[in-house]
Design a protein around this ligand. Structure first.
Ligand code: KIV
Ligand code: ZN
Length: 506
């Protein structure tokens, strides 16, 4: 039997730290339930002392899932550990993840301390966490740039203090794969009782090496990988779950396995992208739109003759839909339902009827309907209490000024406002601001073309509200309408995170 590699998912902690990617507690619960079905072994559910919302999310996730271990992050600070233990009180399997900086950069400049002082704090925190739970993971932050000899002392000391997992993060994404693998081997060879703990890889992608480093760590004896869906995370992101899982599944020669049900990967990638408003780059390995798209004639011919000529994985193995059921204007409700279920939507029959009506209108305009289109069709109808876009009228003056009249709805209440601006998007955003009664600053605005028609636009807008970032997206054949929908989506996101309606005065 091959060795098992434990999958520790930190989408809801390291992934959620990305500005603009915050999730509400119900959204986190939905993702956690899907992670459980996917087969992850550990879910890092949050950093409880960081905010009441993180604390509450750890509590609610602990209640909602039972199979994976629920993990809560702390600093090497007793109060943090008290909070984590309290937040984990409902978890069936629980883990506290504590730690401190191990590189001289962290020791000297972040903690203004010395190696011995930090070692003492590491031991103390581990023993303190151990009073609450049996399963304690210790992270040696910035281990990637730490001196190996000192790192080995720290790892040995925390194992002696009771750590069951030792995490070796390449916090800054600095290491080369060979260097990171050698670090893990050094610990295997030089730390007394290393076999009493599992070594964990936690790599960041600043140089595009997170997956390579993680695999190198595993090949040198690590047996836990810390990953996120779509590789989201601080700066350039974390190691992506789907890449590591599929490398181990594809390379039978490595003789290692995970518990990941790979055919659930694609649906979860879409869910996380949709909830975090974080697009997946088209050429992203495994889950990108183009990951299995063959465009050159030679490749197409090769795949038709024998799939393996140009494909090392079967798209079905990661849940990427085969082309057998294509949605067009002639598709029936069964085909629509099949695709909605594949995308993890569990809709009432009444809601399927509504979506089907809208689907038929869109299918009349577009040759075939993509997953992106379906997501917008379903989520275009906004949650209770959220704003929905109804209508826009634009008029263009000869001096370049544009006047926009926007109608939006909250529940059954309709609100209309008119405003001017330098262009149609600016005028429309000013009109929306009048409706919500607040001015929200736009930080980033991106237009992408999707599908096979150049006029199908997807717009991402990142806004800043009370010093926090929120992202919204909208899709429509008309880019101005897509832009308005994206802005309204971001506003709804603010309302759902802040638990506060921005509904204002016209
Ligand atoms: O990157 C890192 O070092 C971390 C630790 C807190 C585990 O995220
Ligand atoms: Zn990290």
């Amino acid at each position: 039997m091959s060795d098992k590699v434990y999958v520790f998912d930190t989408t809801l902690r390291d992934g959620e730290q990305v500005p603009g990617c915050q999730l509400s507690t119900p959204e986190k619960i939905e993702i956690a339930k899907e992670l459980e079905i996917l087969g992850v072994d550990i879910i890092e559910a949050g950093f409880p002392i960081s905010s009441p919302m993180d604390f509450n999310s750890v509590i609610e996730i602990s209640k909602a899932v039972s199979e994976p271990t629920i993990c809560a992050l702390t600093r090497a600070v007793e109060k943090d550990i008290d909070f984590a233990a309290d937040a984990l009180k409902f978890a069936k399997h629980k883990r506290i993840h504590t730690g401190i900086g191990a590189s001289d950069y962290h020791i000297k400049y972040k903690f203004r301390s010395n190696r011995e002082g930090i070692l003492e704090r590491a031991i103390k925190a581990t023993k303190y966490a151990k009073k609450y739970v049996e399963d304690v993971e210790f992270y040696c932050e910035d281990a990637g740039r730490a001196d190996n000899e000192y790192l080995a002392r720290m790892v040995e000391a925390v194992i002696a203090a009771g750590a069951t997992v030792v995490n070796i993060p390449d916090t800054t994404g600095y290491c080369l794969p060979e260097e990171y693998g050698a670090k893990i081997k050094y610990l295997k060879d030089n730390v007394k009782d290393i076999d009493k703990a599992i070594i964990s890889c936690h790599c960041h992608n600043d140089l595009g090496l997170a997956t390579a480093n993680t695999i190198s760590g595993v090949l040198n004896g690590a047996r836990q990988v810390e990953v996120t869906i779509n590789g989201i995370g601080e700066r350039a992101g974390n190691t992506s779950l789907e890449e590591v899982a599929m490398i181990l599944q594809t390379h039978k020669d490595v003789d290692l396995h995970t518990n990941i049900q790979s055919n659930r990967i694609y649906a979860l990638s879409l869910l996380v992208s949709k909830m975090m408003r974080m697009p997946v780059q088209p050429n992203k390995a495994i889950v990108g739109r183009n990951a299995f798209a063959h465009s050159s004639g030679i490749h197409q011919d090769g795949v038709i003759k024998h799939r393996e000529s140009y494909e090392i994985m079967d798209p079905a193995d990661v849940g990427v839909p085969q082309n057998s059921i294509i949605l067009t204007a002639r598709s029936g409700k069964a085909a629509l339902k099949y695709h909605l279920e594949r995308l993890n939507y569990d809709l009432s029959n009444e809601r399927v009827e509504q979506v089907y009506e809208e689907f038929l209108k869109l299918a009349d305009e577009k040759k075939d309907i993509s997953d992106d289109d379906l997501i917008v069709l379903v989520d275009g109808k906004l949650p209770e209490g959220g704003f929905s876009f109804e209508n826009v009228q634009l008029s263009y003056e000869s001096n370049g000024q544009v006047t926009s009249t926007i109608t939006m709805k909250v529940g059954s209440e309709e609100m209309t406002a008119t405003a001017t601006g330098e262009g149609s998007v600016e005028a429309s955003y000013n009109a929306v601001d009048k409706i919500i009664g607040e001015k929200v600053n736009i930080d980033e605005f991106l237009v992408q073309s999707i599908g096979d028609r150049s006029d199908a636009g997807k717009v991402h807008v990142r806004v800043k509200y009370q010093e926090q970032m929120y992202i919204g997206f909208g899709v429509h054949q008309d880019v101005v309408i897509a832009s308005i929908k994206a802005y309204i989506d971001a506003i709804n996101k603010i309302a759902s995170i802040k638990n506060k309606s921005l509904a204002g005065t016209v």
